[in-house]
Ligand binder design. Structure first.
Ligand code: ADP
Ligand code: MG
Length: 551
């Protein structure tokens, strides 16, 4: 579609910026659009537990093409279905993850070993629960400003900010109602600011898991208290995003939540009975409770497993009868390597146009999903990926990504060639590893990366970014709103799916598709960051939570 995005933000006086940011920050603090502050000590330590600052927000919603927003929402049920199919297809995961990736990526190797251990000891709970967020950037297809929606990645673990963005969407709608944004722009209309169902979708998925568990283990439910367990990081600054899901679960679904870190659970969790029910002892309560669903808001990064004990605890949770959101298999399905392989010719089709794996997708559905892919390459020897990444002129349009989550790991543009040279040097120094099948073929470190063409978002959009700044607020009694003349906005779409692996005859036989118990899509996250480029690459600014105004 041709871009009709207006230049942004509209011109505002200082009085208007001050008044709107005061209103915005008061609304944010009144509606839990909040973060824990940074640790008080410059040498680290936990953030203060009993204080909050407002989360970083954009003052105005950002313009987004209505048709592409709707496309993101239409794509989500397809992505839900696709990632459920990948998760239950052990042969596929074995080929993509269990092949080369685990030989060069320690973290993926540990997760893969964990999953195989669970399969060996017997899967107590065949249900997997996914709470997904598929992230997109707008891509300028040509010189005429034609825009397309391109996927950055799909998150299968700890997809965050849905609840806070639900509140920011309400904040921008509130400002539209209460101030009409001072008639700054004809685009700032409340009927063009979509209601955000992210919080509702996330809580519904967890509640569906809880109720499916109760139905299947009816006996226990009568005598025990059954709760959902949130596995969280110690010192989490984004705790209120998680708390909002907890409150929604209790208020809308009548389900109670407990929170604990992997380290705490190593002391308080235990499995009981032949069916391996998971019990967690709550010290304050003085008794144990049975867990229906384990929701991981930790465990996605190596730092969450400082010692072997955390891995043992993860294994214990994984072996249990509780429904995991996600299972190790579903977490692995979210690897960037899987995303890249899906873009290879015929791979997507083999998963979704095969009667044995579930509903046969129409060609239109396959095309729609494929069109959301950016060009991606593996880094296997002699492939196109290595050719591009070794040529400074061509590498300038690409980003190199390791199999990691959580931001800050990517290698951009000019940094790609030297990074590759370093990896190859390490291989030469330390010796290469041989193939998992015992073949002589050597695996290179670079094969743990994927190469992705850079998405090129429109460059004429800006916004006011409002974030708490202790020094600025000591000097002036207005919130710290900074005009960022060039911003990039990343749209996330939320979906949830509860599905079951059916037993397959043989590991290497075509796996039967998943049996879906519950599925729902809806809601979004818009994150906006200042964009600055330098010769070395893209220096990403600090993201704020935003909401779309549809154009
Ligand atoms: P992570 O798992 O660390 O979140 P992502 O794949 O989401 O990894 O990359 C982090 C950020 O890098 C994204 O939020 C986006 O801003 C930027 N990015 C990633 N891939 C691309 C791409 N192909 N084009 C442009 N920017 C990208
Ligand atoms: Mg990301």
């Amino acid at each position: 579609m041709a871009s009709t995005l207006p230049s942004w933000p509209p011109k505002m006086s200082k009085e208007q910026v001050d008044a709107l940011s005061r209103a915005a920050v008061d609304y944010a603090l009144s509606h839990s659009i909040a973060y824990r502050p940074l640790p008080l000590s410059s040498t680290g330590g936990p953030p203060p537990h009993d204080a909050a600052i407002h989360a970083p927000i954009s003052l105005l919603p950002s313009p987004f093409p209505a048709a592409l927003y709707e496309q993101s929402q239409r794509l989500q049920p397809l992505y839900n279905d696709l990632y459920a199919r990948i998760t239950v297809d052990h042969g596929f995961l074995a080929k993509v993850i269990g092949g080369n990736v685990i030989l060069v990526d320690e973290f993926q190797a540990q997760l893969w070993a964990l999953w195989n251990r669970v399969r060996k000891e017997g899967v107590a709970q065949p249900l997997h629960l996914g709470l997904f967020r598929s992230d997109y950037l707008l891509h300028q297809v040509d010189q005429h400003g034609t825009l397309a929606l391109k996927q950055v990645e799909l998150n299968t673990i700890s997809s965050s900010f849905g609840p806070l963005c639900t509140r920011v969407s309400e904040l921008h709608r509130h400002l539209a109602s209460s101030t009409a944004f001072y008639d700054l722009s004809p685009h700032l209309r409340i009927d063009q600011m979509p209601k955000n169902r992210a919080l509702e979708t996330l809580a519904s998925g967890l509640a569906a898991g809880h109720h499916a568990y109760l139905e299947r283990t009816a006996k226990a439910a009568q005598s025990d208290d059954v709760v959902i367990l949130f596995v969280v990081q110690d010192g989490e600054r984004n705790a209120f995003d998680q708390r909002l899901i907890e409150y929604q679960l209790l208020e809308q679904h009548g389900v109670r939540v407990r929170r604990a870190s992997l380290q705490q659970l190593s002391k308080t969790a235990k499995l009981s009975g032949d069916d391996r029910r998971l019990y967690v002892t709550d010290a304050a309560l003085g008794r144990q409770e049975q867990v229906s669903v384990v929701y991981f808001r930790a465990g996605y990064t190596p730092g969450d497993y400082p010692t072997e004990r955390e891995w043992e605890t993860r294994l214990q949770l994984e072996l249990s009868l509780a429904i995991k959101c996600p299972t190790a298999a579903l977490q692995l399905a979210g690897a960037k390597k899987v995303q890249q392989v899906l873009a290879d010719p015929g791979v997507l089709e083999s998963l979704v146009q095969d009667d044995k794996r579930g509903r046969f997708w129409s060609n239109d559905e396959v095309d729609m999903l494929r069109q959301s892919f950016m060009s991606m390459y593996g880094m296997e020897t002699d492939g196109e990926g290595v050719a591009i990444a070794s040529d400074p002129n061509r590498a300038a349009d690409y980003v190199l990504k390791p199999q990691r989550e959580g931001g800050g790991n990517n290698i951009y543009r000019d940094d790609i060639v030297p990074t590759l040279q370093n990896l190859d040097k390490l291989d030469a120094e330390q010796g290469q590893q041989s193939g998992s099948d015992g073949s002589a073929r050597s695996i290179k470190r670079r094969e743990a990366y994927i190469l992705m063409k850079l998405i090129e978002p429109p460059s004429h959009l800006g916004n006011y970014l409002v974030r708490y700044d202790a020094q600025a607020s000591a000097k002036a009694a207005v919130p710290h709103a900074v005009l960022a003349p060039h911003v990039i906005s990343e749209l996330g779409a939320f979906g949830t799916i509860l599905f079951e692996s059916l037993p397959s005859q043989k590991d290497d036989a075509a796996a039967p598709g998943p049996r879906v118990v519950f599925e729902q899509s809806g809601g979004h996250l818009l994150r906006t960051k200042a964009s600055e480029s330098n010769e070395g690459g893209v220096a990403a600014g600090y993201s704020v939570i935003d909401s779309p105004v549809l154009i």
